[in-house]
Design a protein around this ligand. Structure first.
Ligand code: ATP
Length: 327
C-alpha cells in the first residue's frame, strides 16, 4: 500500500488468528477462531477505512493492533514491534487507540482521568505533560473546544471532543479509531477528518478508522478494508476500487453487506431445510466450528472490563482473562 518516506510497513498483520478466551483464559474447547487467516500491510501515510457488518470483528482487530488482546508476536507487528508485548508502543504515544470503553469511562488510556467528574476542559488538556503547545492549540481549534467547559455538565458531543483531543495530543505514528465520531456535529467531524488527513500526509502517520458513518468520507481514505465473519474480504487502494466501480462509498459498502446478509440467510435456510438448527450453538460466547453463525458475547465486553478491574471481581480478572486481555 502507499508509502511515505520509510520503506518499512507501519502495520503488518500476517496470518492473524484469534479466539476470545473463556473464563479460564483459554479458548473454549471446540471453539472456532473469530479471526482467521487475516493479512494486511499498511505503510506510513495510509488512511485505511475498516468496514464490515455489526459483529464482523472490526473492534477485535483494532484491539489486537492496539495491544489489548494477546496474539503471537509474529502475527501482528506495529512499527515493527508486538503491540501486546511491547507496552512502550502505547505509553510513548507512538501507537494510539481510541475506541469504545475509552469513550465511556476514561479520557485516555494511561491518563486515568475520570471523564464525568467536575473538571474543566482546560485542566484536562493542560494537565498532560510533555505536549507540544502548538499541537495542543491546533487541536483545541480543530475541535472547537471551550476551555471553560466543565466536563460533568457538557453535552455528549462536547465531552467527546475533549476526549478526542486528549487522545490526539501526542503525535502518534499509528492511530486506531473505533467509531469515535458518532456524537460529533457535521462541522466538528469534517474538521477532525481534515486534521487526521493532514497528519498522514505531512507526518506520515498511519490511521485505521472503523466506522458505519460514511458521510464526508468519500475522499478521505487512501485504502479500504472489508471484513466479514472475521475474515478479510477485500483490501484495496481507494483509487483502484473507484476505477473499478462507480458507486459512492456508501452504496458500495451497502452492496457488500447486503450480499453478505443474503448469503447468511441462504445458509440458514439450507440448514433449516436439512432439519438442523438455523443458529449454531456457542461455546462460552465463541462459535463452534461450522458455518457463518455469529458468536455471542460472553460478558467480557469492553464495558465489563473496567467494572472488573475496579470492582469486586478483581481476583477473578487477575486469575483468568488478564493473561490474554488487556484493557
Ligand atoms: N470479549 C468478548 N468475548 C467473546 N466474544 C466477543 C467479545 N467481544 C466481542 N465478541 C464477539 O466477537 C464478535 C466480533 O465483535 P466485534 O466487536 O469485533 O465486531 P465489530 O465488527 O466491531 O462490530 P460492530 O460494528 O457492531 O461494532 C461479535 O460477535 C462479538 O459478540
Amino acid at each position: 500500500m502507499a508509502e511515505n518516506g520509510s520503506s518499512k510497513p507501519t502495520i503488518e498483520i500476517d496470518g492473524l488468528r484469534f479466539t476470545y478466551p473463556g473464563i479460564d483464559g483459554h479458548p473454549p474447547p471446540g471453539s472456532k477462531p473469530l479471526i482467521e487467516n487475516f493479512n494486511l500491510t499498511l505503510n506510513a501515510g495510509d488512511r485505511c477505512l475498516l468496514v464490515g457488518s455489526n459483529g464482523a470483528g472490526k473492534t477485535t482487530i483494532l484491539k489486537i493492533l492496539g495491544g489489548k488482546h494477546m496474539v503471537e508476536p509474529h502475527m501482528v507487528r506495529v512499527l515493527g514491534r508486538s503491540a501486546f508485548h511491547d507496552t512502550g508502543l502505547t505509553s510513548s504515544g507512538e501507537l494510539s487507540y481510541l475506541g469504545g470503553e475509552w469513550r465511556r469511562d476514561v479520557a485516555f488510556a494511561g491518563f486515568e482521568v475520570p471523564i464525568q467528574m467536575d473538571i474543566s476542559a482546560e485542566k484536562m488538556l493542560f494537565g498532560v505533560a510533555g505536549i507540544d503547545p502548538q499541537r495542543r492549540e491546533e487541536l483545541i481549534k480543530v475541535l472547537d473546544i471551550d476551555l471553560s467547559w466543565r466536563m460533568h455538565k457538557v453535552s455528549d458531543g462536547q465531552r467527546r471532543r475533549v476526549q478526542i483531543c486528549m487522545g490526539l495530543l501526542k503525535p502518534f505514528k499509528v492511530l486506531l479509531l473505533d467509531e469515535i465520531t458518532v456524537d460529533l456535529d457535521v462541522l466538528a467531524r469534517a474538521d477532525l477528518l481534515k486534521f487526521l488527513r493532514k497528519e498522514c500526509e505531512e507526518r506520515g502517520a498511519t490511521i485505521i478508522y472503523a466506522t458505519h458513518i460514511f458521510d464526508g468520507l468519500e475522499n478521505w481514505p487512501s485504502h479500504i478494508v472489508y471484513v466479514a465473519h472475521g475474515k478479510l474480504h477485500l483490501a484495496m487502494p481507494m483509487g483502484k476500487l473507484k476505477a473499478e466501480n462507480n458507486l459512492s462509498l456508501m452504496r458500495m459498502v451497502e452492496s457488500w453487506l447486503r450480499k453478505e446478509r443474503d448469503e447468511v440467510r441462504r445458509i440458514r435456510k439450507e440448514r433449516k431445510a436439512q432439519g438442523l438448527p438455523e443458529f449454531e450453538k456457542s461455546v462460552e460466547g465463541t462459535r463452534v466450528a461450522g458455518g457463518p453463525a455469529r458468536p455471542l458475547n460472553n460478558g467480557w465486553a469492553g464495558g465489563r472490563m473496567h467494572a472488573t478491574i475496579a470492582g469486586r471481581d478483581e481476583n477473578l480478572f487477575h486469575s483468568s482473562s488478564n493473561r490474554v486481555l488487556r484493557n
